[in-house]
Design a protein around this ligand. Sequence first.
Ligand code: GLU
Length: 442
Amino acid sequence: MMIVTRFAPSPTGRLHVGNIRTALHNWMWARANGGRFLLRIDDTDAERSEERFVEAIRTDLGWLGLTPDAEVRQSERFALYQARFDALVAAGRVYPAYETAQELDLKRKILLGRGLPPVYDRAALTLTDERRAALEADGVAPHWRFRLDHDAPIMWDDLIRGSQRFDPATMSDPVIRRADGSWLYMLPSAIDDVEMGVTHVVRGEDHVSNTALQLQMFDAMGAPPPAFAHEALLTGSEGKLSKRLGALGLDHFREEGIEPRAIRALLARLGTSDPVEAIDDAALIDTFDFARFGRAPARFDEAELAQLNAKVIHGLPYEEVTDRLPVGMDAAAWHAVRPNLTRVGEAADWWRVVEGPVDVPEPADDDREYLAEAARVAATIDWAGDVWHALTGALKASTGRKGKALFLPLRRSLTGLDHGPDMAALLPLIGRERAIARLSHQ
Ligand code: GLU
């Protein structure tokens, strides 16, 4: 069986970490099984959907490396929904209802006031033909509800939550279409899952009760349902997914210098029993398993992402960053500075240190003679070899200095800084001429 997953965002805003996590897991599950990962743009709501968000979704997925195998848009599939809808109406599974929003609200309040669950009373099903005709003659357009089958409990084995059971009698027949003919989320989504051959629906646990309803829709359409995996939601460090985090688009992370790989590595493992590690996609995909997801909300921590990002960068191959490095910075330079970076952009700072000019601080009085000696030694050693060890070895022997007294004045003079990348890797990049000049404080 070909595994097919889909990511189905509504283009009413930017993707946030919660959406991205869902997209990632759908992508991973498809990749893990040699299957297909589809993007479905849920744009049935013409008023709230915006083209700029559709574009942002594509850009964000592309940047994250989660390129879909195909894309569909719900707004282009209305004929399909209409056909399925007509069949369901003919079969008596979808029915017209004429209550106004105010009437429904009142019914709910009365039930709640009596301490009863606010379940729709199905009054529309008891309307006589004459009453319905009269309403229509008065120009009252109906909205449409899906009639739940109350005969048996709704059950499924959720890939994350385990065995699930809902009593349909405690649920309202869901409104699937508004009086103006526009579609609500529930039925088009189920139709698309059937038509697109979706085998696994991976989404947040806020959709669990929708799944119960949609299972009956699959059944009413005579289609086998997909498997479902409902993930515990993401929370911020301070509790629920904060407004700030919920509003943060990928731009924010991109601007912070966060690598797509780091986002993938964190979100792949967050909320699972596997440790968060800076490992590559193949390894993440290999170990991906719904059974390893917990039921507790997973905590998203930006500080953890930043740490993971640094680890990811320390392992990034030169080929992957070439176009983001300053001109002239080669693989050796990348490897020299990589362990000191928390974002790739900082490589340029170290490249400036290599190329100069650097602001070399005035040496302390006791270091003047030592640095003059260092400049002399630097002129005599073999620059083709391990030049840092040759330099420091010779200076140790000639001056008796060791440790910090041996190394720090050299680092300061050569780079203008007290800390930085391993001098053994940096010095060959600085090169003979520049090194001698800096050590001589010219
Ligand atoms: N557009 C829906 C949402 O963003 C899709 C849910 C689903 O995956 O079916 O919540």
